[in-house]
Ligand binder design. Structure first.
Ligand code: PMV
Length: 328
């Protein structure tokens, strides 16, 4: 028998970095790119075998060691986490994973891979995971990649819905609210072509905050206010009744302001700044980096009619790749 599990990519719309320090963030699934994991119970050796044909890798979970480091973390560790959570003996199955999510560029490839693999193991033993059980397991895998992730990536990818997220602390649990997009909008997701060292950027921002708590704390708070205003614009009936240019202006200027604040937090780069400027010059309503920054992706808000022109301008300004997506 053959069964299939999947998980999408994600983009952070507002609130990255500030979310690590207790402010809200908004992320949406990026459904045009995904990881799929196909399970066949014919087996291809003893225990669970993982095939990743895109990268020419086959791994057996039995006997795999953490010494294989990145492959172990990405492919084997999620399977181990799933088996431990289910408390079942290792099944004899073959899982084939494929991904169209660009790796290490802030689009959630690691979390999506973990979510699809863990779901696949649940299917293999006939104990499918519900999302509330799956989410902390994907978070556990994420901590291995990222150290201290806020939890927003795994949440948006597992629930595959727009998420408003506030990290809990101590005994306070995370706030995870899924919400409706009243006014669909078009985004371009442009890859700067620079690697995005999320872990380093997060620890640099923490050090900056410790050195200058008043200034940096005020920036976090302003980013939180922007995120709340953006959610209101995206989900309210009044936004739906307003013209698309009104929501474009509101969201676009919130994006521009959020980008400037991220630059103040030292997580932009010259390339990200110049790509955002190129998008605005070509008619985008707003643009900002998305995710950890210092590289990785930016997002630009466009009308459907301007999308091709802005996309061409981004490529001309040096974007390595541009994905168009409808947020709805
Ligand atoms: O680089 P990404 O897309 O994984 O996003 C990181 C987002 C941060 O807020 C910078 C860190 C976090 O864990 O939320």
């Amino acid at each position: 028998m053959r069964q299939s599990a999947a998980a999408p990519g994600k983009i952070i719309l507002f609130g990255e970095h500030a979310v690590v320090h207790g402010q809200p963030a908004i992320a949406v699934p990026l459904a045009s790119v995904r990881v799929t994991a196909e399970v066949e119970d014919a087996g291809c050796g003893g225990g669970v075998t993982i095939q990743a044909p895109d990268v020419g890798v086959t791994l057996h979970v039995i006997g795999a060691s953490a010494a294989d480091d990145r492959l172990y973390d990405a492919l084997v560790y999620p399977v181990e986490v799933a088996l431990r959570a289910l408390d079942v003996p290792m099944p004899d199955v073959c899982i084939t994973v494929r991904s169209t999510i660009p790796i290490a560029s802030g689009l959630g490839s690691g979390a999506a891979l973990a979510a699809a693999l863990i779901r696949a193991v649940g299917l293999a033993v006939n104990r499918p995971f519900d999302n509330a059980t799956l989410n902390p397991l994907v978070y556990e895998v994420e901590t291995r990649h990222h150290g201290t992730p806020s939890g927003i990536d795994n949440t948006v990818i597992v629930y595959e819905q727009p998420v408003y997220f506030v990290r809990g602390s101590g005994a306070t649990p995370d706030t995870i609210e899924t919400f409706r997009i009243a006014t669909p909008f078009t985004l371009l997701v442009a890859d700067s072509g620079q690697p995005s060292p999320t872990r380093l950027a997060v620890s640099d921002v923490r050090a900056l905050y410790e050195a200058e708590p008043a200034r940096i704390g005020a920036i976090f708070q302003r980013i939180g206010a922007i995120t709340r205003a953006a959610r209101a614009a995206i989900e309210t009936e009044s936004a739906r009744r307003s013209t698309s240019s009104t929501i474009g202006t509101t969201l676009g200027s919130l994006m521009d302001e959020n980008h400037a604040l991220l630059r103040d937090l030292t997580v932009s780069s010259e390339k990200l700044d110049s790509l955002c400027a190129a998008a605005r010059d070509a008619g985008a309503a707003g643009a900002k980096l998305s995710g950890g920054g210092r590289g990785g992706n930016l997002i630009a808000l466009v009308t459907p009619k301007d999308a091709d022109r802005v996309s061409a301008a981004l490529r001309e300004a040096g974007a390595a790749n541009v994905i168009k997506t409808e947020v709805q």
